[in-house]
Design a protein. Structure first.
Length: 248
């Protein structure tokens, strides 16, 4: 099976990443019963051969399956199916998506408001440089690292060390969630625009605008996450998977 050139002639196709295509295929196989709970997935080498994708792409897809709670990796034994779905609540590190989003709503939204009235010129300069770098960055790993730094910088600008401690505590989970959303939801450009709106509100010193901008940002995060985990495998059969590509 070649996931690099599948296409239907019935509709105008959209372009997706090879990662999305592999994840959709494997998730459909699990939720459709091809692989039952307790079954071991084929080896990485075998899956790469069948799906005609690189090992890094396959490994990202396998990590996404684990995040969704469909599989578990056992050292030295392989990857096993632990649930047939549908996905309820992905886990990012030590925290579920729902717990993480709940905390972010109750912490980061008011923090943005405080930051608007307490930020310094140095804070704005730091955030501006981060945004410029993020908007030029094309590597997901590097972008994700700067994404977590961006949210830490907002907490720093609020001038309350407890806020920064909270964001530090969930930093790893934030990075995992960010990578998940960017690889599978194509959110990088949209997130850059949302971050820019937050910084503009901070620069204006507008607490209401900063609160509104962070609220919008987190709502979009939640919407994208929901669309990924609730998507029915195989629902979009008009996609052209391209290794290393983005959705179009």
């Amino acid at each position: 099976m070649n996931l690099s050139d599948s296409q239907t002639a019935l509709s105008v196709p959209r372009r997706v990443s090879a990662l999305e295509a592999v994840l959709t295929h494997l998730r459909q196989a699990i939720e459709g019963g091809e692989y039952a709970v307790g079954d071991k997935l084929p080896s990485e080498a075998e899956l790469c051969r069948r799906l005609e994708v690189s090992r890094p792409v396959l490994r990202e897809a396998l990590r996404a399956l684990q995040t969704m709670g469909l599989t578990a990796s056992r050292t030295g034994k392989g990857t096993f199916v632990i649930s047939s779905g549908p996905v309820a609540d992905p886990t990012f590190g030590d925290y579920t998506a729902s717990d993480l989003l709940e905390v972010r709503r109750h912490v980061e939204i008011p923090v943005a408001g405080y930051a608007a009235t307490r930020r310094t010129a140095e804070d704005l300069d730091h955030l501006g440089h981060l945004l410029d770098r993020m908007e030029r960055e094309t590597d997901t790993t590097a972008w994700v690292a700067m994404d977590t730094l961006f949210h830490l910088a907002i907490a720093q600008a609020a001038r309350n060390p407890v806020f920064r401690k909270v964001i530090e505590e969930i930093r790893d989970a934030l990075a995992r969630q960010s990578a998940f959303l960017n690889e599978l939801g194509g959110r990088r450009e949209q997130a850059n625009r949302e971050h820019r709106a937050i910084v503009e509100a901070l620069s204006d010193g507008s607490e209401p605008d900063a609160v509104a901008a962070m609220t919008h940002h987190l709502q979009r995060v939640e919407k994208t996450l929901t669309s990924i985990v609730r998507a029915a495998p195989g629902a979009d059969r008009t996609a052209i998977p391209t290794e290393g590509g983005q959705q179009e």
